[in-house]
Each structure stands twice: as C-alpha cells, then as structure tokens.
Design a protein around this ligand. Structure first.
Ligand code: SF4
Length: 208
C-alpha cells in the first residue's frame, strides 16, 4: 500500500468513526473563530470556550477589540495563559484587519499570515473552516498521529503540513484534521495509545 493509499484509508476510517467532525471552538463568525484559535495556543479548547462566553459579548466586533484597553483585555483572557502576548496580538490583529482589510477576515494565506499572532496553523483552520478552501491544521495531535501512522517522518509542523497535504483531497483536509484531534483525544493519546481497540490499526505503522 502506498503512503497516499494509507492516508486515504486512514481518512475514511476516521470519517466512519467520527462522523461529526467539527471544530470544538465555539464561534459564530470568522472573527470570533480567529480570536478563539489565537487564545487556544497552549490552552484547551474547553477553557477557551469558557473565556469567550463572556469575552465576545463584551467585545462584540473588530472595532471593540481594536480599541480595547490592553491591561483590561489581558485580565479578560488571563485563564487561557500567555495572556500578555495574546492580548497584544489580538489588539494588533484587529487593528490590521480594520486598516488593511475593511474589518473583514481575509480569505487567503498571505493576508492571514500578515496578521499579528497568526501562523500557518491558524491560517489553515480559517481557510478550511470559514472559506472551505482546504488546509492542513497541524496541531500537537495531528503532528503526533500523522507521525505514528507513518504518513510523515517530519516533526516541524510546517514540514508535516507540506509533506501530508498532497495526500488528502483539498475539500477533506479540514475535516480530516478535526478528526485527527478527536482520535488523538479518544484513542491515540500522547501517553497511552490504545492500539488494541484502534479502528486505524490496520494502516498504522505504530511508530511511537
Ligand atoms: S494503532 Fe495505535 S498508534 Fe496507530 S493510530 Fe491507533 S492508537 Fe494510534
């Protein structure tokens, strides 16, 4: 079986196992998703969702975030960790959205990467989930699972992205990555992968 065949088989197994693939961050528009993803760095999605439940009503649009008081925003997002950097980036990001993109979240990689605090992982998630343009979101789960499955030997997230991206159809990439997260949480955890009950064992190289 080629690497591409195994990748497609893995994708189908995850589709059957986790039919409801979706981002676990709660957001009602592209801006909220963009901010939630930034808050999710080094933090669980569950904790981000608790914080944003009060954060988004307090800052209802891009202008509210762009004009936020830095110290107040820091306190508002403190439970997500690394709050000083995150607050500075969120304000800078929203100011740039207003200055360069009419207050809208842009729909291409180069423009997204020009925003403070936005790296390839965040940009790919926005491109896939908001604009349906595909995008491999290589977070800690995706990186671990793709390596274990033998679909990449790379460890740097950008190299993993470029290595695996050609193996998965564009319109499936986003959901595939969401399912990798679900599988990483449910079965293929960092410390105790449950290979004996894993539906993907037949294609997995188990390179742990
Ligand atoms: S077989 Fe084991 S290592 Fe491979 S995906 Fe399943 S749980 Fe993870």
């Amino acid at each position: 079986m080629t690497r591409k065949d195994r990748a497609l088989k893995y994708m189908r197994i995850l589709e059957e196992t986790y039919p409801d693939a979706e981002c676990s961050l709660e957001a009602v528009d592209p801006l909220q998703l963009l901010i939630s993803v930034q808050l999710a760095a080094q933090c669980t999605d569950a904790r981000v969702n608790i914080v944003t439940k009060t954060l988004f009503p307090k800052y209802p649009d891009v202008y509210a975030f762009a004009n936020a008081d830095l110290e107040e925003l820091e306190q508002d997002i403190k439970p997500t960790g690394f709050y000083r950097n995150k607050a500075k980036n969120i304000i800078g990001c929203c100011q740039r959205l207003i200055e360069a993109y009419g207050g809208e979240v842009p729909d291409n990689m180069d423009d997204l990467l020009s925003l403070p605090g936005v790296g390839r992982k965040t940009a790919n998630l926005i491109l896939g989930d908001v604009f349906h343009k595909g995008g491999m979101v290589i977070d800690t789960h995706a990186k671990r699972l793709l390596k274990r499955a033998g679909l990449t030997k790379e460890t740097d997230p950008t190299k993993v992205e470029f290595d695996v991206e050609p193996l998965i159809p564009k319109d499936k990439q986003s959901d595939f990555c969401h399912r990798l997260v679900l599988h990483g949480r449910a079965v293929c955890s960092a410390r105790h992968p449950r290979c004996e009950v894993c539906p993907a064992a037949e294609i997995c190289m188990k390179k742990i």
